[in-house]
Design a protein around this ligand. Sequence first.
Ligand code: AMP
Length: 471
Amino acid sequence: MSFDTLGLSAELLRAVSEQGYTEPTPIQRKAIPVILQGKDVMAAAQTGTGKTAGFTLPLLQLLSKKPVHNGLRPVRVLVLTPTRELAAQVGESIETYGRHLPVKSAVVFGGVKINPQIEKLRRGVDILVATPGRLLDHAGQKTVDLSQVEILVLDEADRMLDMGFIHDIRRVLALLPENHSRQNLLFSATFSNDIKQLAHRLLNHPELIEVARRNATAERINQVVHPVDKSRKRELLSHLIGSQNWRQVLVFTRTKHGANRLAQQLERDGLHAAAIHGNKSQGARTRALAGFKNGDVRVLVATDIAARGLDIDQLPHVVNYELPNVPEDYVHRIGRTGRAGNEGEAVSLVCVDEHKLLRDIEHLLKKEITSVVLDGYAPDPGIRAEPIQQGKNGRGKSQPRKQNQARRGSSSVQKPAAAQKKFNSEDRGGKSTPQKAVQKRGPRKPAGSQPKSQQHRPSQGRERASLLGGG
Ligand code: AMP
């Protein structure tokens, strides 16, 4: 099936073909005609499915078919996104697909100066892409008028709720025309009850569009777990990157502090690495991402929130250096690879502390992830599970970010620094070349049930620095 059959205008078809797209992705096939009919949409689509073009192309068409002629350009389309990176990417897509149309767009998010945004808004834009906090700042300063919005898009709505933006969303909704007098599009990778409630409040007789199984991971992503001791994860990661010659790797840590430390340690291992998280300035985040995209930065170490929405063409490798606390985040993380039909590999380095998190993820995926113990990195069966220290990122669904934090940008929940249990990275001698041995996980035995000879002896003294340090 080609794009021609979807009812898109010649200008849009031209822009699409200039991108080298030959056929629409499943979400585009389903969403474009429905949105063109003016219907509300509730779409279950992960990032990487082509969903951005799925809503951007038809809304560009709807706008250009109904131009406003009085000279003023009120905001007619509002796209809300959870993070600055996603806002920037959606903005780029609008520019790209709308390049042959007389449509003006702007992107506003926090962490950068507000004045250039005010200036752009003052000159008039048809489509505004925004993160909720900065949008409300503009509304508060009366530098944006949302009273004429015809189409509202909530992109990655699940993440917006996870990040505690529900109150901001409500405040934004109060600035828009009544919901039955505008078209509402809601995109979400996962559908929790909270999302369903939001959808119920927001959408009028929506068309339901689902392209991937709910909470399913993209089929093209090859997922593997490497069991390894926590203290040896960094060594194993460097080894994998070097020995497999991975050129572009996105690595997830649970905490911002952990991301910084890991990036520094990888640099010391001779791998060009950068960290990206909510405590970094927008400039540093943009530079790190640009370096990663152009190949200068080989390893980008990210926290969940900072990485949300990153769209890197043909990203081949994602590593879960630490498993996420929230199983849905695993789906989001590995969705960074295997995008738009490309193959991808998602590797998780899992220590004994994380077995419960792994079980939760497998429960969500409804499948067991293949586990491969790498030769030379087999976990010490004597090491007992320790509670996972929550860093400043530590966050569960029941702990949305406080509003004032959420408003400041995309940093994570700040919790009092927990007393850190320090672990020793024990020197286990020479590095052997890992040889793969597929290990089927049976029911996991408690550490204490290991044979006596393999049990951990406290005197082995493994207390030292941990990469899990949650600063
Ligand atoms: P998204 O899910 O919107 O973040 O898009 C993921 C990636 O797919 C982006 O890099 C797009 O440029 C790309 N893409 C979108 N539509 C198509 C298409 N029809 N064919 C090939 N690639 C596409």
